[in-house]
Design a protein around this ligand. Sequence first.
Ligand code: ATP
Ligand code: MG
Length: 675
Amino acid sequence: MSQDITRPGTVAASQQDGQQVDSQDGQHGDAFENLLHENRKFAPSKEFKASAVVTEADYAESEAGRPAFWAKKARELLTWNKDFTEALDWSNPPFAKWFVGGEVNAAYNALDRHVENGLGDRVAIYFEGEPGDTRQYTYAQLTQEVKKAANAFESLGVAKGDRVAVYLPMIPEAVITLLACARIGAVHSVVFGGFSADALRSRIDDAEAKLVVTADGTYRRGKPSALKPAVDEALANDGHTVQNVVVVKRNGQDVDWHTDRDLWWDDTVGTASAEHTAVGHDSEHPLFILYTSGTTGKPKGILHTTGGYLTQGAYTHKAVFDLHPETDVYWCTADVGWVTGHTYVAYAPLVNGATQVMYEGTPDSPHQGRWWEIVEKYKVSILYTAPTAIRTFMKWGRDIPDKYDLSSLRLLGSVGESINPEAWMWYRDVIGGNKTPIVDTWWQTETGAQMIAPLPGVTATKPGSAQVPLPGIAVDVVDEMGESVPDGHGGFLVIREPWPSMLRGIWGDPERFKETYWSRFESMYFAGDGAKKDEDGDIWLLGRVDDVMNVSGHRLSTTEIESALVSHPAVAEAAVVGAADETTGQAVVAFVILRGDAVDSGDEIVQELRNHVGKEIGPIAKPKNILVVPELPKTRSGKIMRRLLKDVAEGREVGDATTLSDNTVMQQIATSLRK
Ligand code: ATP
Ligand code: MG
């Protein structure tokens, strides 16, 4: 395997401490100063290259004409009931129509056609329950279950265009429900099972859902955890649109029952006919509504439609994960409550005929090796997870994964936040046996599918960088004026041309859609993220532009300083914020979690970490304060909520924390700071 593993030549910043270089004054137009450098690169192995599903030819082909490229992929990857007449209608921006006039059925593409093609016996889902119970569904069995659910939902009066709210744990019935909705043209709106009754009710109301699909409960860290009571509470007050609640029996706990409304899954879906013919739906027929994670504030209800979403989902799943559906065992650890659980669990893998693992529980139940036990048991070859999980495993230590046979893994993916170079290296080395390519994938609920990622058979991968726009995707980094920045500079991440899986709007609010995404720069989609292009032109995500710190006129990225902290052997995780400061405008304040084997030596470790950042990046980036904390506030999708830490750093009362996964964390931080 050819590899270039030079240590990072971490170049100190050329700026002097305190020197005024404001981006507004015309000296340079960067939204960020570009400080951290990375020289490590891993070229694809010969074997990997030789068998790669997608080659560099796709870049050239897509550049010759993006809509034509996608039209070809749409016809290759999907079976259409009626062919489309036009790839893209962009006559009324920002409202795009992809594959105009085409008709397609998502469930038929994910299921029936594989059975018709003789793949009925291939395993679609290996399910692993938290308590250790298992189930497996072949494509033929899953097709049957989805047909039954489609019949059951129709018999409850759910028709094409009606909305269905889904409040389920990570069990096969979640995928079955989504595909059954798609089959009949009903629009699903999944609400993450960790959300409260209030959050559920507001989403039910927003979508005017007719049906709710839920479970009695699930298991969480070895204990039963209820779901149905939240549905009962959400529907306690009148004025909602829900006619029925279908309840999966999962953990067997007692539930209150409303006979006029509630039905057991087994009594409805279980007894329905397994004959159901899928008809084509218009390519632009709404497929689902899904709310963003809420990292930056109140979640937005994002609308996705059918043909374009399925095309880009299937293409990226194949290209970025180098999927060989006959031999690979794929596992994406995301919950179905998030967009990753939609595109890369419920839809793309099945459309591509893959075999996948689905796990209900937490990584530490009943022990901290549970994930690796699952990888070993099912011989998982492709693993797709989030940096927050990787950093947690780093904190627990490598001796846990080292106990398992992980040699089946041949590709690792990351999504959700920037993966710090050291976490990337740990992932590759400890989990990937120092042989697997790592694909860091940048995308959003709004983009529907991956947008920036290496192609593992083509790109030499680089720790910490999402690297290159995928074929058919026009991503750029621009300055405040919307001008493309040269290599080596930072700015705003934008998308210059429509893409197939783009959001079609915010549910019920076209004005907010235009205002939120299309008003900052003329004719460009602005994602809210800051980014830089390094000297090779590779793209690095630098955090939300709202989180950019301005220290003595230097614009610093949260991500870069966090990455510098995580590169210290004592640190597992770090979150950095800019706090108001009288002399420098803002001061860098860092919150760090130490690795399991590191000792908190008080002032000593703090000083060491400050110096470390100074050495890795430059004196300007040295945190003024470093606070060692037991936990960091995260959303339920596992992303760090920096705005709450900023409140702490500035001594304010902590703001809206409703999307926080563990609401004791802010209390823990406050207590640890008082010590
Ligand atoms: P909200 O929009 O409500 O604040 P959110 O942006 O966290 O929530 P998602 O759509 O789940 O909701 O997350 C998308 C965001 O996650 C991106 O805009 C980006 O900030 C971050 N992100 C996702 N993948 C990556 C990645 N590979 N590298 C860096 N950041 C990433
Ligand atoms: Mg967002």
